[in-house]
Design a protein around this ligand. Structure first.
Ligand code: TPP
Length: 544
């Protein structure tokens, strides 16, 4: 009979988990020993738990499956709260496993180290930002509890919490089953799909908007197929940027409202039928809109629900819905250019001695991808994410809704570990100050991401909204100089020529991380962020 620890690890694997990110501590040391010695899943240790959470989140995003984080009680688990909150907001199924005191310790009468208020404060806090929870204090019920929680994570695409008391690690226990999927009611599914297709077919001008759930449920190709059959263009949201990178024939671009391309705005705002697949109705996705999405024209599938006008179909898994839509979409219409608003992105950067502007970085990366093929990307929040909108639609994990700083670098490490591919990480100096040092862990796992650091010695996004505040000035930390001491290669660049050469050299350099520290003037942003800020201010004035 397996032990509870090995049953949990095997159960994770059977549910599609591929690796573990974590930091040990005494409450989780016995579990960590089993992680290391059982070899059921490979494990990656980082330096600070926020990074652990971000790496697991990004791994989940790129796997379209579970990401796993293992941390110690209290000090470790509380350190993950922000990352798990971000995963919840952006619908990423991270399994957070936290150590906890054993039964005898709980009733010892002592306050336990790492305990905050009560022994169960950790559970209470994590319950708020996860969709299902289990405390493994009974080996007889644990397999069913673990199975339920892991199914919840996969079906709802949200984080879950598993608390593992340290005295339970070696308890004998049955294997964790994989529970059957919760299916849609076939009649309800048929009615829902009929209604959507009928509305799309009678519309004069219809379009599909996609957001992150289509990756979470692994249905990007099916959405492309649906769009082709219906002859409809696809637009991604800001949060959904990078989706369907392999379907440029149907993806017209990203809807950014006042910050974006007018032809994309027209596709969305003039549509009399809009199918929103897995779309988060967030301010970052829609708040700049001059026209609020009209519920009479809107069909929204998110969180296993489909909302059409003013009525709702419950328990409609996205995979099933899209399958049913494809079955009803007919044999395909031939419209020449579905991607009617097809965007043009900056390219052919002149490698001269001119100072670098943020949008030049987008051009340099487009040129790099043209030459060497696209790389999976992660980005932090900051102008780097707005600059990413000027890079050809390429797989991207970024906090486009939750907007928490510190995601980019550890997420890139997560992507490298999870995919075996070499990621391109975009990050600002403010965000790098938070979690950039996780790059020092690349050496022990042989990871070699390329990091493009936008160093404007500034919290520039904040300055863009409030230019008068001097607190947005940051010191010059000379990040490139520090790269070598933590096992990487660093290079500071200030001209376009240096940027192009540094990126080319980085692609050729394997086996260690490459940090290209791009010096940018304060007070300057990408064209996209500049438009976003003026659009935001205009919308605010209109409301006032
Ligand atoms: N703290 C967290 C964890 N997340 C945040 N989004 C903020 C604070 C507020 N914030 C948003 S953008 C920003 C700050 C502090 C500045 C980002 O600076 P940097 O990473 O240098 O990028 P830049 O804005 O210069 O492009």
């Amino acid at each position: 009979m397996p032990t509870l620890a090995s049953a949990l690890l095997q159960g994770l694997k059977d549910h599609g988990a591929r690796e573990i990110f974590g930091i040990p501590g005494d409450f989780v040391l016995p579990l960590y020993k089993v992680i290391e010695e059982s070899n059921i899943l490979p494990h990656y240790e980082l330096s600070h738990e926020p990074g652990v959470g971000f790496a697991a989140d990004a791994a989940a995003r790129y796997h379209a499956g579970l990401g796993v984080a293992v941390v110690t009680y209290g000090a470790g688990a509380f350190n993950t709260v922000n990352a798990i909150a971000g995963a919840y907001a952006e619908r990423s199924p991270v399994v957070l496993i936290a150590g906890a005191p054993g039964a005898r310790e709980r009733s010892s009468g002592f306050m336990l180290h790492h305990q905050a208020r009560t022994v169960d404060t950790q559970f209470a806090v994590l319950k708020e930002v996860t969709c299902d929870q289990a405390v493994l204090n009974d080996a007889a019920t644990a397999p069913a509890e673990i199975a339920r929680v892991l199914r919840s994570a996969r079906e709802r695409s949200l984080p879950v919490y598993i608390e593992f008391p340290r005295d339970m690690v070696a308890a004998p226990c049955e294997e964790v089953p994989v529970l059957p999927r919760t299916e849609a009611d076939p009649d309800a599914l048929a009615e829902c799909a009929d209604e959507i297709v009928a509305r799309l077919k009678t519309a004069k001008s219809a379009a599909i908007i996609v957001d992150i759930e289509i990756r979470r449920y692994g249905v990007e190709e099916q959405v492309a197929q649906l769009a082709r059959k219906l002859g409809l263009p696809v637009v991604t949201t800001f949060m959904g940027r990078g989706l369907m990178e392999n379907a440029p024939d149907v993806v017209a671009g990203t809807y950014l409202s006042a910050a974006g391309d007018e032809s994309i705005n027209r596709l969305v705002e003039d549509a009399d039928a809009l199918l929103l697949l897995g779309v988060i109705l967030s301010d970052t996705n829609f708040a700049l809109s001059q026209r609020v999405l009209d519920p009479r024209h809107t069909m929204l599938a998110i969180d296993r629900e489909v909302r059409i006008g003013h009525h709702v179909y419950h328990e409609m898994p996205l995979e099933a819905l899209i399958g049913a839509l494809i079955a009803r979409a007919g044999t395909g219409r031939t419209r020449k250019a579905l991607a009617r608003g097809a965007m043009r992105y900056p390219r052919d950067l002149k490698a001269d001695d001119t100072a670098i502007m943020p949008s030049d970085i987008a051009a340099a990366i487009n040129d790099l991808f043209d030459k060497h093929g696209p790389m999976p990307m992660t980005a932090d929040i900051g102008d780097c994410l707005f600059t990413a909108m000027e890079i050809e639609n390429t797989a991207l994990a970024a906090p486009g809704y939750y907007a928490g700083m510190g995601f980019g670098v550890p997420a890139g490490i997560g992507v490298a570990a999870a995919t075996g591919r070499r990621p391109l990480i975009l990050v600002g100096d403010g965000a790098f100050q938070m979690t950039g040092w996780e790059l020092g862990n690349c050496q022990r796992y042989g990871l070699d991401p390329i990091v493009v650091l936008f160093n404007n010695c500034s919290w520039e996004m904040l300055r863009a909204f409030q230019p008068e505040s001097a607190f947005n000035n940051l010191s010059d930390w000379h990040f490139a100089d520090i790269a070598k001491s933590i096992g990487g290669h660093g290079e500071r660049v200030a001209t376009r020529r240096q940027l192009v050469e540094a990126l080319d050299a980085a692609v050729k350099r394997r086996g260690k991380f490459s940090l290209v520290e791009v010096m940018l003037p304060r007070g300057v942003t990408s064209d996209t962020l500049a438009r976003f800020v003026s659009g935001f201010k205009a919308a605010r004035e209109k409301k006032a």
